[in-house]
Design a protein around this ligand. Structure first.
Ligand code: BG6
Length: 503
């Protein structure tokens, strides 16, 4: 249970402190924890990067990030000046021993000053090519000797495939206990994602229907209007399957498909999730084309503005075979879900930005009403909106007012914004506080990461072996390639379409 006193003296070391992640997410997150009084009295942030900068310039840059990206908007001068005293900056190369020696000195100094042992968190906000080097240098230093009090945080991408993820896990396990390693998937920190667990396990009425006897199929869509922008270098090594499905979307699937937990103990929750990953049917190489569809955006229109195609984006190969859209059909081979298809899809430069899970129920077993009454009949559907608007909607049939017996679909709806007026913490606030408290429930364990890679590997391998001959195959601003419609239409379904926004 979180409480403002549950965090002892803490130093967060951010490696890669001048990068975008620190600027946009980490510092605004830490600052909001400060405003909400979650931070301990004895607290410090040490930024480390190769850029030449003094403490003042770094603080100013961080304040600018908070002003731009904090959910609360521009920082109040008084609050910020109180907070910024806790921030310092070290110029240092990640390959230089002196970088780590200096951190040791600084943390020892804090321990003396605060007269208490200090929890030290090493946050790797760096490109993955530095993970091994930093983890090794830290692992060989005194900085992480105390396994209870030292933690290392790794952002995705955790590996590029099963082998590289396994190699990285093996390296880390040679120096750290699993309990010290926080593999971060920011989706798991989202308020609305955590609400899936509340919805499922804090209510008795849904669980009895949450299985193959009642659910016909499940869809998870994470679509984004944004293209890849300036991230061409990274995206060319990733693609939609690696960037979104292997991690965020499979994690959503786990939350929907997992068995109830006995407790909210970190390992209990993660055991139940990894059981789902291990139960996902591995797609055979010669069946990949029947179960997975890839797409790449060409030029098109987004909200009335003309945008360029993926192959014309900065740092992208003119003949790139990298997918910016992926749709996959999975089955979870266990008692609860046998035979229920899970359709997942994600894409860049799509028609809308939305993350939504839709669970379609089976039709009623017997239709007692005459055909004339049920012309507009639709099976029940439960829709969990993750973003941009959190809400849960249950669609069912009701009699239309009037003298005739006519059915029409209606909705029962829970709208987060209508029910709560307070602003929601950002995923990074939740996750940073969890790391400080030593709670790894929302972080990926080594076996989860590897199991998730195993699930997507056959698709990755087939796609790499057989470059697409049809890219680009969807115009920016559309819902993806036609083959994705066919993937679901072959089973007699349609992708869930969000109703037009009411004005
Ligand atoms: C990141 C991906 O992990 O998640 C991005 O690398 C993607 O490509 C982003 O845009 C989506 O996150 P959010 O929180 O904006 O939905």
């Amino acid at each position: 249970m979180k409480s403002a006193n549950s965090v002892g003296p803490t130093v967060i070391v951010i490696l890669g402190a001048t990068g975008d992640l620190t600027w946009r997410k980490l510092m605004p997150g830490i600052y909001n924890l400060h405003l909400d009084k979650w931070l301990p009295k004895n607290f410090a942030v040490i930024g480390v990067s190769r850029t030449e900068m003094n403490d003042e310039a770094f603080r100013e840059h961080m304040q600018n990030g908070v002003d731009k990206f904090s959910r609360r908007g521009k920082a109040d001068e008084k609050d910020w000046s109180e907070f910024e005293k806790q921030i310092t900056y070290n110029k240092g190369g990640f390959d230089e021993q002196s970088t780590y020696d200096k951190l040791e000195e600084q943390i020892e100094k804090y321990e003396k000053e605060w007269n208490a042992p200090v929890t030290r968190i090493f946050y790797m906000a760096v490109p993955p090519s530095y993970f091994e080097e930093i983890a090794t240098k830290l692992g060989n230093s005194k900085l992480v000797e105390n396994k209870e009090l030292s933690r290392i945080v790794i952002e995705k991408p955790f590996g590029r495939d099963y082998d590289s993820a396994k190699k990285l896990n093996d390296l880390l396990h040679g120096m750290y206990d699993e309990s010290q390693i926080y593999r971060l998937d920011h989706y798991l920190g989202k308020e609305t994602v955590q609400n899936i667990l509340a919805f499922r396990f804090a209510n008795a009425m849904f669980e009895p229907t949450w299985n193959r006897n009642y659910i016909d199929h499940i869809q998870i869509t994470v679509s984004e209007q944004l293209g890849i922008g300036t991230r061409g270098n990274y995206y060319e090594t990733a693609g939609a399957l690696r960037d979104m499905i292997q991690n965020h979307i499979l994690q959503l699937l786990c939350l929907i498909a997992m068995e109830p937990t006995v407790s909210f103990d970190a390992d209990e929750v993660r055991n139940k999730k990894v059981d789902v990953l291990n139960a996902i049917r591995i797609i055979k190489p010669d069946e990949v084309h029947l179960n997975a569809v890839r797409g790449q955006y060409g030029p098109g229109w987004i909200e009335g503005e003309k945008v360029i195609g993926y192959r014309d984006e900065q740092d992208v190969n003119k003949n790139s075979n990298v997918e910016t859209f992926a749709a996959v059909k999975f089955f979870v081979d266990n008692w609860r879900w046998q035979g229920v298809p899970f359709y997942l899809r994600t894409g860049k430069h799509m028609n809308e930005t939305i993350s939504v899970i839709s669970m379609q129920f089976r039709p009623v077993p017997h239709q007692s009403f005459p055909n004339s009454a049920t012309g507009n009949w639709q099976p029940n559907r439960l829709v969990l909106n993750i973003q941009p608007h959190m809400g849960i909607k249950l669609g069912f049939q009701a009699k239309r007012p009037g003298l005739e017996m006519l059915m029409a679909p209606v909705d029962m709806q829970y709208d987060y914004n209508e029910s709560y007026t307070s602003t929601t913490p950002e995923a990074y606030e939740t996750l940073l506080l969890d790391i400080m408290e030593g709670d790894s429930t929302l972080f990926m364990r080594a076996d989860q990461v590897e199991a998730a890679w195993k699930v997507v590997m056959p698709i990755i391998e087939q796609w790499e072996k057989n470059p697409s001959t049809s890219f680009p195959n969807y115009a920016a601003g559309m819902t993806g390639p036609e083959d994705a419609e066919a993937l679901i239409a072959r089973d007699g379904h349609n992708w869930f379409v969000t109703p037009p926004k009411s004005k």
